[in-house]
Design a protein around this ligand. Structure first.
Ligand SMILES: *[C@@H]1O[C@H](CO)[C@@H](O)[C@H](O)[C@H]1NC(C)=O
Ligand SMILES: *[C@@H]1O[C@H](CO)[C@@H](O)[C@H](O)[C@H]1NC(C)=O
Ligand SMILES: *[C@@H]1O[C@H](CO)[C@@H](O)[C@H](O)[C@H]1NC(C)=O
Ligand SMILES: *[C@@H]1O[C@H](CO)[C@@H](O)[C@H](O)[C@H]1NC(C)=O
Ligand SMILES: *[C@@H]1O[C@H](CO)[C@@H](O)[C@H](O)[C@H]1NC(C)=O
Ligand SMILES: *[C@@H]1O[C@H](CO)[C@@H](O)[C@H](O)[C@H]1NC(C)=O
Ligand SMILES: *[C@@H]1O[C@H](CO)[C@@H](O)[C@H](O)[C@H]1NC(C)=O
Ligand SMILES: *[C@@H]1O[C@H](CO)[C@@H](O)[C@H](O)[C@H]1NC(C)=O
Ligand SMILES: *[C@@H]1O[C@H](CO)[C@@H](O)[C@H](O)[C@H]1NC(C)=O
Ligand SMILES: *[C@@H]1O[C@H](CO)[C@@H](O)[C@H](O)[C@H]1NC(C)=O
Ligand SMILES: *[C@@H]1O[C@H](CO)[C@@H](O)[C@H](O)[C@H]1NC(C)=O
Ligand SMILES: *[C@@H]1O[C@H](CO)[C@@H](O)[C@H](O)[C@H]1NC(C)=O
Length: 836
């Protein structure tokens, strides 16, 4: 292993349009100072000239990549003699047929590749055609990172199933997608233009993803119409050159419309599915398989007919088996009408209740797909105990790349550390090493199938996910699905080099922001395993802890005025701790042994209970929220330090989001702290909570055309009250005298930016107009919309370095628009170095 050049490359990619559409596959030029270039042959031999072959794709990709990165003229050929300089790419079989044996190839497994690299000759071989393409992408990545490894490098994936689940609806929307509309569907049909589908498959293939389920798990039977099946064929054709197989989600009740039943044990139903499955395979001969969400959140399923979930899964398994297909059956089955008053009811127990007794009853081509935790993609969960309970059933882990409960790509959270914590968790099944990453590969319980299902939420936005930085999550998802032993930071840094180039400061800064991003978000959202304290009944975006208790959904905090947390103990609680194998159960069942970060997941304790850190629970809440929000402020400064070091387009796009996040982190901080202060009445030892000396509450200003408005939930307004215009057409003003000493301040305005309305605001101080802005975040951000003044719409804008004299008149004028009554919460006059 050596670097072929040690000279620092100069980044010259700045002139390229950086709209994010090429993701990490930018093939930006690497031009070492001096005149050396990486020693790469200029002939490519791709051992298959069929256009749909991934080997052919590999040849094209190598040509495009090498010519772009190294500014070199490169040609592709279908053959070449064995002793001339070339990059040869193909399957092992094709290579053997053309050139004779290659010994190292014996180590290759399905989808695996080897790269044998010398300055003069590079041989890239796949166990299959797709493997050859993976090898080509890896080699190009090495060139793009200016770090070509010489010698022989063999890589096999750890899991056979490395899929994405796109939650695209047939109407063109994407459930939990924050980057625009569907790439696959519009107005009830598969799109005609499959260019984006192909571009997406290219990105996915470059990180080893081999399957894409194109429609939402909340599936619609209209997917199976003749016109849409035809369309599925088109999508599959677009993705096939990248070795990406198409899969589809099914609505369990699809046959109901024609047969009047969907009983999985009714032979008519069985025949119906066999027929439609055959129809799909006619158009998509290599379809990967089906994904099924049944008897979950109102979806139909086998329980309607008193059949087991295994009966349901096996019906599909029988239909795809002759075609080599797989059925991914979701374990996300629970009753969403459980009784809050019952101390021992627990949604987290549902998976075991529904699936444990079915272990061994699923057909061999069924994979039970399990979310990483027993509830629903929270900021932190205990790992799902189901992974340890199924020994005779293949399993896969479901990870959300789209951060539904982690800021919806308007906050940036690098998720690989969260995933790694789950994947590396040792469940000690049968008191033996049982890391989740070894269970889902099939290794631990000797299962033939298993792997990963990631939910990216990629849309038509040029950034794919709505945020450039969020793409590190898609990249990391693929890399971990291939090899879960990789380090979060190593994966990240490769992505940074590919995405933003080689500047050391860029690398260090983005690494630091990314690695601190999950702790920051956990800090200001929900601590100690209490879950993301968001509004679970509405948008899953901003704060609203009260929404979690007192309903049937079971995402409970059990937050009272003295105590908080779910009692999941065996003796006195829901018994969930006992769902884990004995060595783990013993830890989680014991309040003293449970790690602080999962304390409230497993135990119901007083706010005054002391943690291992010796802080009380409530003080930990307060401190963590202040620390997390402070991190979010520092991310803005850190990002700003990169100005000029990355292209303006992506710099500005991300700066807007980091700034938004910093403001919204304060909304989170204050809401959660106010909420728990009001519940517990326990003072913050540092006297910050409820104490904001730099603020002017809008409701305390002189109002003309504005009126006070009590916000719900109360904690999402400073002082629980905001102002709204009295008319929905006429501007209002709020006026006050500046009570602060004369000086230079950063002036922040907290207001509410509702969906469906673009209010205009003007801020005047003294005789000057400081700023005019519009409440148009809904056009820029892409998170779930809200139509109310609440924790989702609360936002902040800051004007820096404003000279202010004591006694100046400060006036905000708000012009309402649509349903948005120019709502304002408060103003903050912040002396240098203070953010509040
Ligand atoms: C070339 O690619 C096509 C399409 O993938 C495949 O059917 C064929 O078997 C390949 N030929 C060889 C020699 O690998
Ligand atoms: C270059 O690649 C080698 C082998 O993968 C790796 O160990 C090393 O850390 C890489 N260096 C850089 C700067 O990425
Ligand atoms: C298809 O979509 C691509 C990518 O969005 C676009 O560039 C192209 O113009 C479209 N083609 C047609 C014929 O609309
Ligand atoms: C399925 O799609 C059709 C046509 O778009 C729509 O009328 C129907 O409500 C959808 N059904 C479900 C269950 O989403
Ligand atoms: C099945 O069809 C019947 C009418 O034949 C209808 O009443 C029922 O709601 C349907 N069930 C589902 C889950 O679509
Ligand atoms: C099989 O499915 C196709 C397409 O939906 C339909 O046209 C055909 O009638 C079905 N055949 C049977 C025997 O159900
Ligand atoms: C459902 O099936 C179980 C087991 O086969 C049986 O004991 C029970 O009576 C059935 N219930 C109904 C309502 O059919
Ligand atoms: C409370 O819930 C548990 C677990 O679901 C159940 O076994 C028990 O019967 C319930 N108790 C009452 C009184 O409903
Ligand atoms: C979509 O992309 C455009 C251009 O990159 C960007 O301005 C806009 O903010 C994006 N929209 C969302 C919802 O991310
Ligand atoms: C807690 O609430 C109960 C009843 O809701 C009330 O009686 C009690 O005084 C409250 N305790 C505190 C510390 O506020
Ligand atoms: C035991 O459960 C009861 C509810 O049944 C609860 O009120 C109490 O706090 C729990 N005790 C402990 C020590 O957690
Ligand atoms: C924990 O904090 C309490 C209150 O400040 C203090 O009295 C106690 O000595 C501390 N315990 C330890 C082990 O530091």
């Amino acid at each position: 292993m050596r670097l072929l050049t040690t000279i620092l490359p100069v980044w010259i990619g700045l002139a390229l349009a950086e709209d994010g559409s090429r993701g990490w596959l930018r093939y930006a030029p690497v031009r070492p100072t001096g005149h050396n270039t990486l020693d790469v042959p200029s002939t490519i031999v791709a051992l298959n000239s069929t256009k749909i072959s991934p080997v052919f794709t590999a040849g094209q990709e190598l040509r495009n990549g090498i010519s772009s990165i190294l500014a070199k003229n490169v040609q592709v050929r279908a053959d070449g003699c064995s002793n001339s300089s070339a990059v040869i790419v193909g399957t092992v079989d094709a290579y053997r047929a053309a050139y004779g044996d290659v010994k190292e190839a014996e180590a290759l497994e399905d989808d695996g590749y080897l790269i044998h690299s010398t300055p003069d000759k590079v041989i890239i071989l796949g166990c299959n055609e797709r493997g050859a393409l993976y090898g080509a992408f890896e080699y190009l990545s090495q060139i793009a990172r200016n770090n070509v490894t010489s010698g022989v490098h063999v890589s096999n994936p750890q899991a056979p199933i490395r899929w994405t689940n796109e939650w695209d609806n047939m109407d063109g929307t994407i459930e939990r997608g924050y980057g625009g509309a569907s790439n696959f569907f519009r107005d009830g049909y598969v799109v005609d233009n499959v260019t984006r589908a192909a571009e997406y498959a290219r990105l996915l293939a470059s990180v080893g993803i081999n399957g894409v389920v194109v429609n939402n798990v909340n599936a619609n039977a209209t997917l199976l119409s003749d016109r849409n099946v035809e369309g599925l064929g088109r999508l599959a054709d677009a993705m096939r050159p990248y070795g990406v197989q198409l899969g589809v989600s099914l609505n369990f009740a699809s046959p109901n419309a024609t047969l009047g039943t969907f009983d999985p044990l009714d032979p008519k139903v069985d025949a119906w599915w066999a027929n439609i499955t055959n129809q799909i395979y006619k158009k998509v001969p290599d379809m990967a398989g089906f994904l099924v969400k049944a008897n979950s959140e109102g979806q139909p399923g086998p329980l309607t007919y008193n059949r087991t979930l295994a009966d349901g899964a096996n019906m599909f398994a029988r239909a795809v088996a002759p075609h080599g297909g797989v059925v991914m059956f979701r374990a996300f089955v629970y009753d969403n009408h459980i009784t809050y008053a019952n101390w021992t009811s627990d949604r987290a127990n549902a998976q075991l209740e529904f699936f444990q007794h079915l272990d061994g009853k699923f057909d061999e081509n069924v994979v039970v797909q399990i979310k990483y935790g027993p509830i629903d993609f929270q900021v932190r969960e205990a790992p799902s105990p189901l992974f340890a309970a199924l020994h005779n059933t293949s399993t896969a882990i479901e990870l959300q790349v789209t951060p539904e409960y982690l800021g919806q790509n308007c906050h940036f959270v690098y998720l690989a550390p969260l995933w790694k914590e789950i994947l590396d968790f040792d469940l000690r099944a049968e008191s033996r090493p049982s890391k989740i990453k070894d269970i889902i590969t099939g290794e631990r319980f000797k299962r033939p199938l298993g792997g990963y299902a990631g939910v990216p939420g990629a849309g038509t936005n040029t950034t794919w996910l709505g945020s450039h930085m969020a793409m590190s999550n898609l990249y990391a998802y693929g890399k971990l699905a291939w090899d879960a032993s990789l380090g979060s930071e190593d994966i990240l840094q490769d992505w940074i080099r590919l995405t933003f180039g080689f500047d050391q400061k860029v690398l260090d800064t983005i690494t630091d922001i990314s690695m601190r991003s999950w702790p920051a978000y956990e800090g200001y959202s929900g601590n100690l395993g209490v879950q993301t304290l968001t509004d679970i009944l509405y948008t899953h975006f901003g704060p609203n802890p009260a929404s979690q208790d007192n309903n049937g959904w079971g995402q409970w905090l059990r937050a009272g005025n003295v105590t908080i947390g779910m009692d999941r103990t065996i003796e006195n609680g829901t018994g969930n701790a006992g769902n884990y194998p004995p060595e783990i159960a013993e830890i989680f069942n014991d309040v003293d042994k449970t790690p602080d970060n999962l304390l409230l997941w497993f135990h119901h304790v007083p706010y005054t209970r002391r943690l291992k850190s010796n802080k009380t629970v409530i003080q930990h809440f307060y401190d963590a929220h202040y620390e997390g929000a402070a991190s979010a402020q520092s991310f803005v400064k850190q990002w700003e330090s990169l100005e000029g070091k990355i292209d303006k387009e992506r710099y500005e796009h991300q700066l807007f989001r980091q700034t938004y996040q910093a403001g919204h982190s304060l909304v989170w901080r204050d809401s959660i702290n106010e909420y728990f202060y009001n519940l517990s009445r326990i003072e913050d030892e540092s006297n910050r909570v409820g104490n904001h000396p730099y603020r002017i509450e809008a409701e305390s200003m002189d109002l003309d055309g504005y009126k006070s408005y009590v916000v719900n939930p109360f904690e999402t307004a400073s002082g629980f009250t905001a102002i709204v215009t009295t008319s929905n057409t006429t501007a209002g003003t709020a006026t006050s005298k500046v009570p602060f000493e004369s000086g230079t301040y950063d002036v922040a305005v907290n207001y509410y930016d509702l969906f469906n309305g673009t209010s205009t605001y003007t801020l005047d101080i003294g005789n000057r107009t400081v700023a005019t802005w519009k409440g148009d975040n809904e056009k820029k951000l892409g998170h779930e919309p809200s139509r109310y003044l609440d924790g989702h719409t609360a936002t902040r804008i800051t004007f820096k370095g404003i000279k202010v004299s004591k006694g100046d008149t400060v006036r905000i004028t708000g012009q309402p628009n649509g349903i948005e009554p120019a709502p304002i919460d408060y103003l903050s006059f912040l002396p240098p170095g203070i953010v509040d």
